[in-house]
Write a protein that binds this ligand. Structure first.
Ligand SMILES: [Zn+2]
Length: 449
């Protein structure tokens, strides 16, 4: 049975248009979009539909740090002092608490309009070598019905040539063969409609250039996306220069022979490295709220942004889960650094479409999922916003995207569809409806008109 949705306004990729119907097939994919005039459409009165947001970089368990590490009695902290607090959290987690924390984070993500998460998962072991924690994250995502791309992390060293220490041993992937064996095992347990895999050598700290090359070649052979943390901290660059005589980005690009991957952060990347990276099809994933919280710095995006669509957004440490805020802080960081307004324009000079693109199609491209657009063939992953919410009320549709991206927060989000299945905002780790129920719900929304 197909589901036909007609919101008051629907984002077409170019504008918010009325009278647009979205036909969802029985498998949860968008079959048709347009002014179809079907009488059986469920009318979503007072709502606008956009593509569901794609969170291309998350560590769900770090939501457990809420409220921690935000006082500095001994003087200013840094990424590295924050990491100590994060490692202390790691020490306290078992499979049960990880599943609960992850499910809570995923539920909050859906409340923030996020329908796909790229979970960069490196916390593998409950007890050394058991890989028991992988399952906890997969199950938590299924509980909440969020689309999951499990970016399975390879983590062999604490820095170039340095063995893992303490809590880091819970991240260990001792051999390439063992890593791929576990990837194969996981491929067998993922939900076919909503869960896929990617490969994530954690960073140049955690994987050698030779390992990155082998992981990349095998991932490409299997058609899996590849993600790495790149140049978030100056110390990583110093360690790489000392060990390899090149920046981390240059080392990785040499290892993958200039091929495409997703580089998370690029906070301190050199212009020439970023230019080479983007020319090879690379995607820069920024996590503005986390980078701000950790005091990382602000990347120089102008060159990387030359090819629109090569940006993605992530919520990373999940200290705050608000994709609309991530969008505007992508632009605001550049404004504050360069003392200009309008730092990331599209060819027509508009900013909001660039930011929405990073939060939808750019992320979907980075994760290798057909999503991020309201178009035939894509998953029916959608976010519904309340046009009557104070932040959006009386805004003409020509300015609605700007009002949403620059002036609204999670409170305007009514709910999300993943594969055509509706979840109301605020319904916790449950509240996932069947397709029939979401159709009935849409019907109820239309009642009275
Ligand atoms: Zn990260």
């Amino acid at each position: 049975m197909s589901l036909v949705l007609e919101a008051e306004l629907t984002w077409t990729g170019a504008e918010f248009a009325p009278n647009v119907q979205v036909v969802v097939d029985g498998a949860g994919r968008i079959e048709q979009v347009g002014a179809l005039g079907r009488a059986d459409a469920s009318r979503l009165r007072g709502l606008a539909l956009l593509p569901g947001f794609v969170d291309a970089h998350s560590h769900a368990f770090q939501r457990g740090l809420r409220g921690l590490g935000e006082a500095f009695p001994a003087g200013a902290g840094s990424f590295w002092s924050w990491r100590e607090a994060m490692y202390a959290l790691v020490d306290s987690l078992d499979g049960k608490t990880l599943r609960r924390l992850s499910a809570r984070a995923f539920a909050e993500m859906r409340d923030a309009g996020i329908t796909t998460v790229g979970e960069f998962h490196y916390l593998h072991h409950e007890r050394e070598g058991d890989f028991a924690l992988d399952q906890a994250v997969v199950e938590a995502a299924a509980d909440v019905g969020i689309r999951l791309v499990l970016l399975y992390s390879y983590y062999a060293t604490g820095a170039p040539g340095r063995a893992l220490e303490g809590g880091q041993r819970r991240f260990a992937t001792p051999s390439l063969d063992g890593f791929w064996h576990q990837v194969d095992r996981l491929a067998g347990v993922l939900a076919p409609d909503t869960q896929t895999l990617g490969i994530a050598p954690h960073s140049i700290r955690a994987a050698s250039p030779a390992e990155i090359r082998l992981l990349y070649e095998e991932a490409r052979r299997r058609g899996l996306p590849v993600h790495l943390h790149v140049e978030e901290q100056r110390r990583e660059i110093e360690e790489s220069l000392a060990a390899y005589g090149r920046t981390p980005m240059a080392v990785i690009l040499d290892a993958v022979q200039g091929g495409p991957f997703t580089a998370v952060h690029c906070t301190h990347s050199a212009d020439q490295d970023l230019a080479r990276f983007v020319a090879g099809g690379g995607i820069v994933c920024l996590c503005p709220l986390t980078e701000g919280n950790l005091g990382d710095g602000i990347p120089r995006l102008a060159r990387a942004h030359a090819a629109r669509g090569r940006l993605a957004l992530g919520t990373d440490s999940n200290a705050r889960l608000a994709m609309l805020e991530e969008m505007r802080w992508l632009e605001y960081g550049q404004r504050l650094r360069d003392e200009i307004r309008g730092a990331l324009p599209d060819p027509a000079g508009n900013i909001a479409p660039t930011l929405l693109d990073a939060a939808t199609a750019g992320g979907a491209l980075a994760l290798g999922v057909p999503a991020g657009r309201i178009a035939p063939g894509c998953w029916a992953d959608l976010v519904a916003v309340d046009l009557g919410a104070p932040a959006l009320a009386d805004v003409p549709r020509e300015r609605l995207l700007e009002a949403l991206v620059f002036g609204a927060g999670n409170e305007v989000i009514t709910g999300t569809y993943v594969g055509g299945r509706w979840r109301e905002r605020g319904s916790g780790a449950t509240g996932i409806r069947t397709r029939d129920e979401s159709s009935a719900l849409a019907g109820r929304r239309g009642a009275g008109k």
